[in-house]
Design a protein around this ligand. Structure first.
Ligand code: ADP
Ligand code: MG
Length: 241
């Protein structure tokens, strides 16, 4: 089943001479369990694509479907619920709350969804542990390195078994070892947990972890590598040994 589908999505900003076509009729699908990487030069529309896929922004034209449901027809409440329960988003600048500890930042989406702080703490800590940050649980963002903050943001985006993870340069602040570890973790969540991930990256080596790479230039998809052979492919991991 396709978890995410973009149908001829266009998005422009500004008007007249100042009009910028950030996306031009982009069509893209990501199936359940699939990891798709998006590459392209700066300004090619990668972040715009992700914010539209995440229902944070609306397309100028075209349609976005999440788990087969057209988002444009969904109510504000439905979209808000999708963002709380289904879609996990890793922002380029992390967006951690400075007044909350790492553990509180990670469990926040669950609390916003009505889970008590006490109950949300367990999955929050488990999320930190998955990213190797268990001993940083009580630290505030300004007590963490850039790479640690980035991993907290990833843990927060994944908490609550979110089905669709959208990540904008999730490895930008990470050294190569940690960046590879994050890609492996995301791939595992897709292959074992059935999550779908769309990951923007500049790094071709990191993109090679994905089942498929989509290339953007000037707001258009210029190329895509072949579709994945499917979740049963056991060779995905071995490419990197
Ligand atoms: P990328 O993430 O690939 O660097 P973006 O999606 O951020 O690219 O931007 C694509 C184009 O759209 C750029 O020309 C950018 O300047 C423009 N753009 C993005 N967001 C806005 C906005 N809110 N207002 C005006 N122009 C924007
Ligand atoms: Mg960007």
């Amino acid at each position: 089943m396709s978890m995410l589908e973009l149908r001829q999505v266009s998005r422009s900003y500004g008007q007249g001479d100042a009009e910028v076509h950030a996306l031009r009729e982009v069509s893209l699908t990501a199936d359940e369990g699939e990891m798709v990487a998006v590459m392209g030069p700066s300004g090619s529309g990668k972040s715009t694509l992700l914010t539209i896929a995440g229902t944070l922004e609306a397309p100028t034209s075209g349609e976005v479907l999440i788990a087969g449901q057209p988002v444009s027809r969904a109510s504000r409440n439905t979209k808000a619920r999708l963002r709380r329960r289904v879609i996990g988003y890793v922002f380029q600048d992390f967006n951690l709350l400075p007044g909350l500890t790492a553990a509180e930042n990670v469990s926040l989406p669950l609390e916003l969804d009505g889970v008590s702080a006490r109950k949300a703490r367990v999955p929050g800590l488990r999320g930190l542990e998955r990213l190797g940050l268990r001993e940083r649980a009580a630290h505030y963002p300004d007590q963490l390195s850039g790479g640690e903050r980035q991993r907290v943001a990833i843990a927060r985006a994944m908490v609550g078994e979110r089905r669709l993870l959208l990540a904008d340069e999730p490895s930008g602040a990470l050294d190569s070892t940690n960046a590879q570890a994050v890609m492996r973790l995301l791939l595992d969540a897709c292959k074992v947990g059935g999550m779908t991930a769309v990951v923007v990256t500049h790094d071709a080596q990191l993109a090679s972890w994905a089942d498929r790479v989509v290339f953007l230039r000037d707001g258009q998809v210029t190329d895509q590598t072949a579709a994945a052979p499917g979740p049963e492919s056991l060779f995905t991991q071995e490419r990197h040994q």
